[in-house]
Design a protein around this ligand. Sequence first.
Ligand code: NAI
Ligand code: OAA
Length: 356
Amino acid sequence: MEPSVEANGRIARISAHLFPPNLQMVDGSALRRADCRAKGGAPGFKVAILGAAGGIGQPLAMLMKMNPLVSVLHLYDVVNAPGVTADISHMDTGAVVRGFLGQPQLESALAGIDLVIIPAGVPRKPGMTRDDLFNINAGIVRTLCEGIAKACPKAIVNLISNPVNSTVPIAAEVFKKAGTYDPKRLLGVTMLDVVRANTFIAEVLGLDPREVDVPVVGGHAGVTILPLLSQVKPPCSFSKEETEYLTNRIQNGGTEVVEAKAGAGSATLSMAYAAVKFADACLRGLRGDAGVVECAFVASEVTELPFFATKVRLGRNGADEIYQLGPLNEYERIGLEKAKRELAASIQKGVSFIKK
Ligand SMILES: NC(=O)C1=CN([C@@H]2O[C@H](COP(=O)(O)OP(=O)(O)OC[C@H]3O[C@@H](n4cnc5c(N)ncnc54)[C@H](O)[C@@H]3O)[C@@H](O)[C@H]2O)C=CC1
Ligand SMILES: O=C([O-])CC(=O)C(=O)O
């Protein structure tokens, strides 16, 4: 296995008496990192971020380094992984950080990992749909998932790369081909839709967003993003105008950010926040916490489609329970039919990419 590119700076100006004499001193005033006593053995989970140097990857890496459930954090990218690793590794939190650069180091980055988070791939520019990213991102996701199948086939995978409605089926097909597929462990991250929905609904209702909880089901693109406003907690009702405004804003939240960034990418900071919220829920589930429930795009029998986003209970094996949609109103039933039509095509496109 290739070695990691762990930031290998020296610890300078430390009095020699702080260290036992058998530690190798460099230039009489510095100590090699490898000779330090800390071995990074704190209890916790091992997490890898693939695409860690990107717009989402960097703030995501920072927030995961702050998560007390993480003991080891592997940062992999095809560019700038050493720089991001050196930077993040100076934070005085518990997780040990290691960087991995480029394809030859992918398997080392993944060895022994419990949770893999994938924000690798290109983002949208104004005028593009998420599906316009398919041609580039499909290949990236395939390569990364081949690495996962080899190096950490039991890991939980949180897939962020767009178009999620197609990349999750791609990942599933790669794992099936490798004989490692466990549908419970593959989760498409739709948390940002929930985060946005909670925020926009709270604004309309004059509530604190932290008090609001709304299921967002279907998928992660345009009309496939279906907020179930009839199931908002705390229970409340919306006028027709409010329902249309909220549904439209939640479905187009990503485009709102893409247009505001005017060519400089898509949501990164709110996405990193959402990704950490979701990853933390997965880790609490892995730890055995009861009642951890979030929305995710998973293999499902809730509709006739093979994948669908609904609330899932996160447990020791990933998505341990998948919840039904619950009662829908007329507006939501019409939205569901539209969502399913588009989703079916996106899922098929992902499956065909691997099967062709
Ligand atoms: N699921 C969701 O809710 C959301 C998904 N996204 C998606 O996340 C993806 C990443 O977005 P950003 O971070 O803004 O893009 P970015 O371009 O800033 O960063 C992407 C990173 O991926 C890396 N990368 C490219 N090919 C790679 C490979 N083969 N292996 C490892 N790393 C590789 C790049 O070097 C770069 O550092 C995009 O596809 C975007 O559409 C963005 C926001 C929300
Ligand atoms: O809109 C995009 O391209 C990025 C994304 O998925 C989102 O912000 O929801």
